[in-house]
Ligand binder design. Sequence first.
Ligand SMILES: Nc1ncnc2c1ncn2[C@@H]1O[C@H](COP(=O)(O)OP(=O)(O)OP(=O)(O)O)[C@@H](O)[C@H]1O
Ligand SMILES: [Mg+2]
Length: 233
Amino acid sequence: MDSDTSILSLRDVRYRWPGRASFALDIADFAIAPSETVLLLGESGSGKSTLLSLICGTITAQAGSVTVGGTDLASLSAGKRDRFRAEQIGLIFQQFNLLPYASVRDNILLPLRFAPQRRARVAAPQEEAHRLCTTLGLPEEAIAAQAGTLSVGQQQRVAAARALIGAPPLIIADEPTSALDAATQATFLELLFAQARANRSTLLMVSHDARLAAHFDRVVQMSDVTSPLQGAA
Ligand SMILES: Nc1ncnc2c1ncn2[C@@H]1O[C@H](COP(=O)(O)OP(=O)(O)OP(=O)(O)O)[C@@H](O)[C@H]1O
Ligand SMILES: [Mg+2]
């Protein structure tokens, strides 16, 4: 898959955390086609969250290229990279990262503030936040509640709604189901997939839970895309 036709492409990427000799991420080639759903499996500490940070441009590779929607992230200034991320990527964090004292509605609407193109795709933001809540199975009264007062499973749905609003081309999810029981997990994934498909968004999820595999178009092992550490120098 070449980087012109893929929504996401990493080539010869190398990343080390400053001062950490014992860990290096080394990815020769990893790409995802538009609208694909991909599960990236790897054990704890294998670098999944580090890889997602590279894709989001919150950290920068020391070598190689990370291309999202045809744009090489290294070609953008830090400020432009922040705006690009807000426009292109809907993010579901491992710990959700909701604003606990803000309402569910305001949490869901937050990305639109930093992403005018995403905002322009939503004719009526308040109504869309409400629709996403209902579609993702949140109770009617949740929209006005403080996000921090919801259960973990409900907060996860809010995090998903925040990632989905305005149909960003790429949805990235960092182990968002690990806190849930199997039945709740399956329901959540079905709802997330249905919305991502309706938006024609690409979905990349990382996890260490191989039981999720059946839900995805493609399953990739971290060990298949990363090279082992070459001499901890
Ligand atoms: N902010 C950071 N500063 C320094 N080292 C870090 C930082 N974040 C991660 N690391 C190191 O990078 C390596 C990979 O960590 P990472 O969080 O990417 O793994 P992971 O696959 O997401 O693990 P988990 O499944 O537990 O979430 C680890 O050795 C970790 O200590
Ligand atoms: Mg992680």
